[in-house]
Design a protein around this ligand. Structure first.
Ligand code: 5GP
Length: 119
């Protein structure tokens, strides 16, 4: 299955530094880095260092970490200068949600007027 926890994802290599990323923020629990294929002038990802494969697999013990990711998303959005005009936070989950990397990540997208609803 795509969420096979025995297989590392590309994000493990970003966490370990084996592949480069434009890191915007890092602490002991999480990292924020620019998306390699940006969908807006500002598009970065916030990921936990401890892997959760997808939102729908989150457990009770993950609640504090999920909160930390959400808090970090807005803190980095403010640092990046997109918060005054507003921005979007998205988690794609599973096949219908178009998730492609099975290491949970918040997309933070802004820097222009976005449209809604998505396709
Ligand atoms: P998903 O579709 O799983 O929600 O989004 C995965 C995101 O990861 C995509 O927006 C894609 O551009 C981004 N991504 C995939 N591989 C890499 C990579 O090696 N480096 C960076 N910075 N972003 C990546």
């Amino acid at each position: 299955p795509p969420e096979d926890m025995s297989k590392p994802t590309i994000f493990d290599k970003i966490i370990s530094g084996d592949i480069p990323a434009n890191v915007l923020f890092e602490d002991d629990q999480c990292m924020a880095f620019s998306d390699v294929n940006p969908q807006a002038p500002t598009h970065f990802l916030v990921i936990p260092k401890r892997r959760i494969s997808q939102l729908s697999k989150a457990e009770e013990d993950d609640k504090a970490l999920l909160g930390h990711l959400m808090y970090t998303a807005q803190a980095v959005a403010r640092e990046q200068g997109i918060a005054d005009d507003g921005f979007r936070v998205v988690i794609n989950d599973g096949p219908n949600g178009c998730q492609s990397v099975y290491h949970i990540h918040l997309h933070v997208i802004g820097g222009k007027q976005l449209s809604w609803p998505p396709g």
